[in-house]
Design a binder for this molecule. Structure first.
Ligand SMILES: Cc1cc2nc3c(=O)[nH]c(=O)nc-3n(C[C@H](O)[C@H](O)[C@H](O)COP(=O)(O)OP(=O)(O)OC[C@H]3O[C@@H](n4cnc5c(N)ncnc54)[C@H](O)[C@@H]3O)c2cc1C
Length: 400
């Protein structure tokens, strides 16, 4: 699958900081991680920290799947309203998953501090705007539910929103617990850190095509017929899960992003909050460390790369127009743009853990707009399962 097109900003900004070689001979390890995106990198981090011998492989150049295309807004709120999620999975599970997302941002911050890596992680508030009167009603309801469950949230009236941020919308939810990061840089820094300090092995251009499980071992074989024998395999293939799982678990869509030329900081909005809205598909907005504006949205419910790419220019215009409606005085001018594939699940939650048809494997799949927080959650759960500290987390089971 072609996961992205155009020029993802992070790839241009960071370049190819480090390249790994293809695997050329049979090897053995404790855990084989398939996928070197942010999910695979975080799984490797938690396992390496616990002295588990790991190998990471990727069919592409490392970390250049969806992770390079991401706008990397880190929010505890997922695409599903908490009140909707409660209807779908029950109050206990819904609230638990929201709280796990909240905690995952701090977990990621601590990992970055511990490894002492510079990855443009920045704490920024988040504004969830009501796109219309219906959105305002939804935000009122959502505010009450989040407040009841002790989640950090503030309700901004139309007047307060305008006075503080100069944004004309009927209402917004505000929280001060969000963050942004350069995920591509983060992912590569984690892999490189553990390669140097934990003997992690990373191989790019190594495509796993078959997997065979025995009683206590599992063997993955590449398209070049090279075998990797392990005790367990962690499948972190992002939105390409179909190559490793005989079950469709995600609905794939296409999304579009553009990045502005650098701006004068005084021409940006207050606090440079993350911004998104109640309309579906929604516009999502952040800034970068060099004061560019990154805006994405106008998703389409298909993933056909040809069809997706043909729409790119039109989508850029649409995004700019919608952005200017929000900030009519903005001097935004586009510098780069790209589009990417992403997937969501029926209830908005990921699939993490074992699958009955795939013994000796753990999966970390199914992300939606908040994939990175779910990557952190998945990595920690899988580490605990491997170390025998935890059983399957029920909320994220395949058969939930
Ligand atoms: C435009 C866009 C904006 C986004 N914005 C946000 C955001 O603001 N916040 C957020 O949290 N999330 C966001 N996301 C989602 C987020 O980027 C993803 O959830 C996340 O990057 C997924 O990481 P991953 O490691 O699971 O997948 P990937 O980064 O795709 O990594 C999986 C890797 O597995 C490899 N692979 C697959 N199959 C095989 C195989 N058989 N053998 C070997 N290798 C294989 C692939 O080559 C790939 O490199 C966004 C996504 C897009 C596209």
């Amino acid at each position: 699958m072609d996961l992205k097109s155009g020029l993802p900003f992070w790839l241009i900004k960071n370049g190819l900081t480090k390249s790994y070689l293809r695997l050329e001979e049979d090897i053995e390890t404790e855990v084989l991680i398939i996928g070197s995106g942010i999910t695979g990198a975080l799984v490797a981090h938690f396992l390496c920290e616990n002295h588990v011998k790991c190998v990471v492989v990727d069919k592409r150049m490392e970390s250049t799947g969806s992770t390079t295309a991401s706008t990397a807004q880190l929010q505890y709120e997922i695409d599903e309203y908490l009140f909707d999620l409660i209807q779908k999975v029950g109050e206990k599970n819904a609230v638990k998953s929201y709280k796990m997302c909240l905690k995952s941002i701090s977990t990621l911050e601590k990992i970055i501090q511990k490894l002492n890596i510079e990855v443009d992680f920045k704490r920024v508030p988040s504004l969830y705007l009501a796109s219309d009167a219906k959105g305002k009603k939804e935000l009122e309801r959502e505010f009450e539910v989040r407040k009841k469950h002790g989640l950090p949230v503030e309700f901004l009236s139309e007047e307060k929103l305008f006075n503080k941020y100069g944004i004309k919308r009927k209402a917004a939810l505000y929280n001060n617990e969000s963050a942004q990061v350069d995920t591509y840089k983060l992912c590569r820094a984690i892999l490189e850190y553990h390669k140097k300090n934990s003997d992690l092995k990373v191989y790019s251009h190594t495509h796993i095509t078959t997997i065979k499980s025995n009683k206590n071992t599992i063997t993955a074989t590449t398209d070049k017929n090279i075998a990797i024998k392990a005790k367990k395999i962690v499948a972190a293939p992002g939105f390409e899960s179909e190559s490793l799982l005989d079950e469709k678990v995600m609905q794939l869509s296409s999304t579009y992003v553009l990045v502005s030329q650098p701006m004068h900081p005084e021409d940006l909005w207050k606090e440079q909050c993350l911004i998104w809205e109640t309309a579906r598909p929604y516009l999502y907005i952040r800034t970068t460390e060099d004061n560019r504006i990154m805006v994405g949205g106008f998703d389409e419910p298909f993933q056909d790369p040809k069809k997706r790419d043909q729409l790119m220019e039109k989508k850029n215009k649409d995004i700019l127009k919608r952005f200017k409606k929000l900030f009519p005085d903005s001097k935004i001018e586009m510098d780069f743009y790209w589009c990417g594939t992403f997937g969501g699940t029926k209830d908005g939650l990921p699939f993490i853990g074992e699958h009955k048809k795939h013994p000796n494997m753990y999966f970390a799949l199914g992300y939606g707009g908040n994939g990175i927080t779910f990557s952190v959650i998945a990595a920690e759960i899988i580490k605990n399962m491997y170390l025998g500290k935890n059983t399957q987390e029920n909320i994220f089971r395949f058969d939930r």
